[in-house]
Design a protein around this ligand. Structure first.
Ligand SMILES: [Zn+2]
Length: 305
């Protein structure tokens, strides 16, 4: 059953103590009862301070081991407030805001927390698009427009995939940084974002030529040659929302090597934009956070190492 607070008051009441937060995470991680992360055993003794002792392998563990919250020296009550804040703001939160709000000692901690949470926002391979999907690339950052297929100095290239609903309404999206606009990069990324058998609409760029051989129905949208004609309107809409968000909430201060995480956060929020309750976003984030491997700080700073 999905239990989550609807309002700030409910949140404060529900998660006032460390134990309440821990029990909530246990429900999310082990909905069918305890399972040992090492041996998979289900018999365990509950010890003090949230520890479990597995009867199978005798290992001590806790609900935070192997999750986003592993090794954090700060209380779960603070983590919960960070998750609530990030999911309740329409545009998310910057590290500076979270640091101030929670009274965290360092900006670095707030920054690392937000990145750890972003890693829990999109589950690779799970949230694939299907049906009819529009795909296009867009350059982020930098002053001058970039040239297609060649890259442009100071810019990051992002691949956008947008699922179309009846009436060409925008459905769910997936975003990924790509190193260039070659076929290997574009089609390779689309394979992780879109279920085979779906229809993918692109413009006539040669980088998309291999889609058909990878099991997609590939439709090339051809223009009439009119100036300013928008061939892929859903992608362009998403690109402009994304740029506005990066400039607004994060003031454009996003480094290229971290871009993937910001794209995940944007995607997480966008794909749940019609969700009636912000509490449900909080629930979803907490649920995914206990199913994601922990990321050491060094890995957050340099994800490509
Ligand atoms: Zn065990």
């Amino acid at each position: 059953m999905e239990v989550y607070p609807q309002t700030l008051m409910e949140f404060e009441n529900q998660f006032a103590t460390e134990e309440a937060c821990r029990l909530y995470l246990e429900q999310l991680r082990w909905p069918d009862g305890f399972q040992c992360p090492r041996c998979g055993g289900t018999e365990a003794w509950r010890m003090s301070r949230g520890l479990w002792l597995c009867q199978g392998c005798r290992r001590q563990t806790s609900v935070t081991v192997g999750t986003v919250f592993e090794r954090s020296r700060l209380p779960l009550t603070l983590w919960f407030r960070a998750m609530w804040h990030v999911t309740n703001q329409k545009n998310g939160a910057s590290a500076l805001t979270v640091q101030r709000l929670l009274g965290l000692g360092s900006y670095q901690t707030a920054w690392a927390w937000l990145h750890k949470l972003r890693r829990a926002m999109v589950r690779p391979g799970r949230d694939c698009l299907e049906g009819i999907v529009e795909a296009d690339e867009s350059y982020l950052g930098g002053e001058k427009p970039g040239k297609r297929g060649r890259g442009a100095r100071g810019k990051a290239l992002v691949l956008l995939a947008v699922q179309l609903q009846p009436g060409n309404k925008i459905g769910r999206i997936r975003l990924a940084p790509v190193s260039d606009a070659s076929g290997a990069s574009l089609v390779g990324a689309l394979e992780t974002m879109v279920t085979p058998g779906s229809e993918i609409k692109t413009d006539g760029w040669s980088g998309y030529n291999d889609l058909a051989s990878k099991g997609y129905r590939h439709t090339v949208v051809r223009g009439s040659g009119e100036i300013g004609q928008d061939l892929l309107p859903a992608c362009h809409r998403i690109a402009s929302l994304l740029k506005r968000w990066l400039l607004g909430t994060h003031q454009g201060a996003v480094r290229h090597e971290h871009l993937a995480y910001y794209l995940d956060e944007f995607t997480f929020r966008f794909n749940r934009r019609t969700s009636a309750s912000r509490g449900k976003l909080f629930y979803r984030l907490a649920q995914q956070a206990v199913h994601v491997e922990p990321a050491p700080y060094a890995k957050l700073i340099r994800p490509n190492l």
